[in-house]
Ligand binder design. Structure first.
Ligand code: HAM
Length: 431
């Protein structure tokens, strides 16, 4: 891969219109689903103080230890390009005192940054849609957010299997951690290098390591699910009842531990076939302790994020081409240019996509029109300044119409273009 300073940074992608049209359609479909669950969009900075991620995600996680894009800004402050969205959402809610007496349901869509080894479905700049529910402690919220995730995947046209686990409370997990360490320490030499290195710091990660020898050990290790505290066990069992009631199929994966430290109780992942080891298309869980840990009021919370690149890689698009430009309005000479530009504005005010070209001789105009990928071209000449004829020509077809500018709507209709009655921009809109 090129290391030229003028090439894109490895693992970071350019998205051209044919592709970005698919992104827009997916985002639009997602926003519709999110509305059904009462979620509002939050837009946050892409850069945060590094300490936020260390405290929220955990000092001993791979993300914080190896994958963050951290730099000193000109004041010497340590800043980090966000590797995920949850920490920033929690930071914003605390900073704006937006949690007292309120139970926000928020979503965000945007780029995240992790210095991972790039491969299909894994990038250094990637995009997540994330959803977070705050102030909801019961298993009902877990079931509702999982139902929402299922609906999002259905809207994306992705089929995936739901895996579930419960990590219990920090206290029950600490007890389990001690048990797991007792089990793993004598067998440490059978673990992969990474797991040997993080064994004492973060033994739970051995459970979801992809290396075969680690998987074999993990299969016979004590199970976290057998060591849950009573309340977590009850929560997990109620969640399963609710999911069955909703007709959402799931598998329990006792080795699902997730790579971020803030989770309590429920964790889940939707895994699709077809992306190899990068098959997790959507993942999340409950993080009841995080808000208080970052200095806010005690607030239970649950959320997830889905990787947009992974979803788009899994869905074949029937129609990759962006909606084409409809009209090319070209001026034959300099005198006609102002008129051509005005005519283009009139057509745009009626809702048509128009690009302009010229001044140029007739043949050159036709060439420009072809290169523009417009479906129809309007040729405006000096002689039709005063409402005289314009020529309307179908690019890839035989349609041709000649007539006065005033009747161009009729001409377009005769060629199959529907002019909306009133343009979207004829009246002032408020945003
Ligand atoms: P995560 O599991 O780190 O969780 O990421 C969520 C999803 O983002 C993954 O399942 C995957 O689809 C996508 N993803 C992650 N890394 C990459 C990458 N390098 N390239 C492409 N896609 C990637 C979180 O980020 C949590 N904040 C989710 C959450 C929200 N939990 C509670 N609330």
């Amino acid at each position: 891969m090129s290391k030229s300073p003028l090439a894109a940074v490895r693992g970071m992608n350019d998205i051209f219109p044919a592709e970005s049209a698919r992104w827009q359609r997916l985002e639009h479909a997602f926003r519709e689903v999110l509305r059904l669950y009462g979620c509002g969009e939050i837009r946050l900075p892409i850069v945060e103080h590094s300490a936020l991620f260390a405290r929220a995600i955990g000092d001993v996680t791979d993300i914080v230890q190896k994958e963050m894009y951290t730099f000193a800004d000109r004041n010497g402050d340590s800043l980090t390009l966000r590797p995920e969205g949850t920490a920033g959402v929690v930071r914003a809610l605390i900073e704006h005192s937006a949690l007292r007496g309120q139970t926000p349901r928020l979503y965000y869509i945007g780029p995240m940054f992790r210095h991972e080894r790039p491969q299909r479905g894994r990038y250094r700049q990637f995009h997540q849609l994330g959803v977070e529910f705050f102030g909801v402690a019961g298993a009902g919220a877990d079931a509702e957010i999982i139902a929402l995730s299922a609906r999002l995947l259905a809207a994306a046209g992705v089929s995936a299997r739901l895996q579930l686990n419960s990590l219990g409370t920090p206290a029950s997990r600490a007890e389990y951690r001690a048990l797991l360490l007792d089990f793993l320490r004598p067998k440490a030499s059978a673990l992969c290098g990474d797991c040997q290195e993080r064994l004492e710091r973060n033994p739970l990660r051995v459970l979801d390591c992809k290396v075969e020898s680690c998987q074999e050990l993990a299969a016979s290790a004590p199970r976290l699910l057998d060591h849950l505290d009573a309340e977590s066990a009850e929560h997990f069992s109620l969640l399963q009842d609710l999911l069955r009631g909703l007709g959402i199929e799931y598998e329990i994966n006792p080795r699902l531990v997730r790579g971020l430290d803030y989770y309590h109780r429920t964790v889940f992942e939707w895994v699709a076939e077809g992306l190899g080891s990068q098959g997790t298309v959507l993942a999340g869980g409950r993080y009841d302790g995080l808000v208080a840990q970052l200095g806010g009021p005690e607030t239970p919370a649950i959320g997830f994020a889905t990787g947009m690149e992974r979803l788009l890689a899994l869905t074949e698009s029937e129609n990759k081409a962006p909606a084409g430009v409809e009209l090319f309005v070209g001026a034959l000479d300099e005198t006609a240019l102002a008129s051509a530009m005005q005519k283009a504005e009139t057509l745009r005010a009626q809702g048509l996509t128009v690009i302009t070209g010229g001044p140029a001789p007739f043949k050159a105009l036709l060439k420009q029109a072809q290169r523009s990928a417009a479906h129809y071209q309007v040729v405006v000449g000096a002689d039709n300044l005063q409402g005289a004829e314009v020529l309307l020509k179908e690019q890839e077809g035989t349609g041709l119409w000649r007539g006065p500018w005033e009747r161009i709507g009729e001409g377009l209709r005769s060629l199959g273009v529907d002019l909306p009655l009133a343009g979207p921009h004829t009246t002032r809109q408020s945003f």
